[in-house]
Design a protein around this ligand. Sequence first.
Ligand code: UGA
Length: 434
Amino acid sequence: MRVAIIGTGYVGLVSGACFADFGHDVICVDKDVSKIDALMRGEIPIYEPGLDALVAENVEAGRLSFTKDLGDAVKNAQAVFIAVGTPSRRGDGFADLSYVYAASEEIAAAIAGYTVVVTKSTVPVGTGSEVEAIIKRVNPDADFSVVSNPEFLREGAAIEDFKRPDRVVVGAEDERARNVMKELYRPLYLNETPILITNRSTSELIKYAGNAFLATKITFINEMADLCEHVGANVQEVARGIGLDGRIGSKFLHAGPGYGGSCFPKDTLALVRTAQSNGAPTKIVEAVVEVNDRRKRQMADRIIAACGGSVKGKTIGLLGLTFKPNTDDMRDSPSLAIVPALEEAGAVVRAFDPAGMGEAKEHLKNVVYCDGPYDALDGADAAVLLTEWDVFRALDFDRIKSLLNDPIFVDLRNVYDPGTVCTLGFDYHSIGRG
Ligand code: UGA
């Protein structure tokens, strides 16, 4: 099947490469000339394990190509995916749909023959109908259907998530469109992936409800962690104890510094706004947004408390800057709240992150960026583990002790066993463990 993907950001590029790997003939389009030029040279603009090899193989096999010419790509395609950004709109938190609508107008003008236009971008309920109206207005003769097909890819595990998903959700209003979508995802039938076919609004809402539920789960366990600290309980055991109940499930119950990234913060806020404007407020999600925002700021207070109540004139060695491992994405990372708060309190921050430092430099200008974990801790008054990258999972604590002025270790991801680290002579602080 001939597929055009509009937008070569994270979602567009991963989806394009994976559809090509399924055997479809895929062309990825972007307005950003330098991005397309780079892709044509074989350079991948984002950090995602395995993506460079997947793109290279499929380009080599002639199934994947790149272009700046949207019209040309669309006119030959049977399915056109809109995978452009839907950032939070400044000021009100609604999803900004201007890129989606602009793409829809351009697609409309180029449609030739029956075409399924698919929204892959995360879009609020009702956006599919708006896209349909735009296409009809621009090109009244166009033969097309608009389908919602949300993505559930986690950064760092996106290829696996695309190829072996828990489910595929398709929101379509007519049989012709449903058949095209089934054909696109046919390779997944082999491993019996559930393909859930719904109407468009339901599919659009599933995406937001899924992310909001996961964000709620994380926020819930984070609050339990705080309670654990007051009552001498262990949050990891609480998580295991409740997670073994099949109705609850053990995933997304890791307490930490608060969720970040390009999806949860933006999507929870957009859901809150959509719900409010439809007269059906989601009080739980509103609380999640508020609690999570506060939590990120509170992490700086924890670090300050671990340093004896003041970090004025002190140096903090920070391990990890990205919102999670295996990504270079800094969007809404807890570090963006923690680092400025530490600096405001008079600290100097030395940091190392395996992939995020390039982007971090744009936002955190005063940080001293280091060559590795031990370099970041050299001469620091405390170590803070913020992102659970693999390279931070087996640190040499004797070496760290010799580098730090004070053996203070704040583990915001509960990577280490408190007993072991304390035995090594550290003043060790973690999340929700007594
Ligand atoms: C998330 C969803 O997991 C994907 O299913 C979805 O497709 C994607 O958003 C999206 O809407 O595009 P992602 O943002 O890549 O994926 O990252 P997650 O692995 O979900 O982690 C999000 C945040 O929650 C991170 O800051 C992570 O550290 C935090 N988290 C996650 C916890 O604090 N505890 C957990 O138990 C799990």
